[in-house]
Design a protein around this ligand. Sequence first.
Ligand code: PGA
Length: 248
Amino acid sequence: MLIVANWKAYVEDLARAKKLVALGKKLARADKVSVVLAPPAPLLSVLSIGRKTGVAFAAQDISATAGGAYTGEGTAQAFAAAGATYALVGHSERRAAGDTDAVVAEKLARALAQDLVPVLCVGEKERDGEGRYLARIREEIVTALEPLELRERARVIIAYEPLWAIGKDASAAISANDLAEMTLYIRKVLAELLSGRNAGRTTVLYGGAVEPENIRGLAADAGVDGFLIGHASADPAVFAAFAKNLAA
Ligand code: PGA
């Protein structure tokens, strides 16, 4: 199971960040669990450089530009130099800040060019009765992957994060049944974009109100390969409970 901990801007000091890294290492010792931590950019290199930590690091976002006269941008190459091996791309909070599908596709290409494993976030704002939300998920995946070569498409991790579940608590997360349906649908879309032995192998994650209380149920019944965890991964007391509950 892959656990990606998206600290967002919840973590702002090094002491808490270090505590969370230690907890991440502990979690990574659980059977078949791999852990990727996504700290705010300024903390990432302090935590990751020169260490064999047992956890990997991700950029929460990368620039759509290459290097140059772009004040304030964090390029994929700079994140790779800082020790990141993964990059979130297209998180709904970045899309809300202006990232269009076209920008997301550019970021995806930048990540791949620097050998960062992209975690492409997709998700609908709300569910409607006519299945328009399915068309939106399809569009997000197709516009991002279609410009890529087949072997690049196979490297992309998909994180399904419905906006209506993000930031809430476990009671508002998706049900295991609905998630199982969506996972199947995403794999169907991917099958059209990938070929031969790569079809069916993509890592698919779920994110949105994943908490220590609901992770086991979602892991058992929904067909996902792991989770993208936001607020619950940024609080040491709560994050510690994931290790306990997954081991239990
Ligand atoms: P949440 O966020 O776990 O706080 O709901 C998940 C995400 O936005 O990645």
